[in-house]
Design a protein around this ligand. Sequence first.
Ligand code: GDP
Ligand code: MG
Length: 163
Amino acid sequence: MLPTIAVLGRPNVGKSTLFNRLVGRKIAIVDDTPGVTRDRKEAETRIAGRAVRLLDTAGLEEAAPETIQGRMRASSEAAVRESDLVLFVVDVRTGLTPTDRAFAEWLRRQTVPVILVANKAEGRLGGYAAMEAYELGLGDPVAVSAEHGDGIGELHDAVREHL
Ligand code: GDP
Ligand code: MG
């Protein structure tokens, strides 16, 4: 069984963009799981030279705003249960939201190791904006731009320390 890494975070932070960036074009999506996690995608890829199974979580975009945290938790719990490592993604352009904070608080109570990924950190001010993510209490954020590819080498290095 390959080590499993889940990409978690509220809608629109760039989870799927990061998933695609880490998987690359040459690796096919191997599963689209039906059911509660019907939008979940998984793929096998290599990170830091190791073969891993990567999970992209989703399906929350359709949830009513007042229930989004509950829905996110249910879908994330399923992913966390089968994961050896979580990439928790936040968006440095919008900054931290109450949903990010609630999600982070829940994650801190789980036993799974978490790498905090500060996405959309491209450009001159990106690294600076990423520092707000320290507030989440999940350790040093890794500043990346999933869209542009910045910081992906550092993310591989961070993952290597956990595998
Ligand atoms: P998800 O809902 O978390 O899976 O987020 P998506 O991957 O669908 O991305 C949401 C939006 O953010 C899309 O419009 C992406 O193009 C955009 N996005 C993703 N990564 C980046 C990034 O690194 N920089 C910027 N500026 N936009 C990004
Ligand atoms: Mg997505």
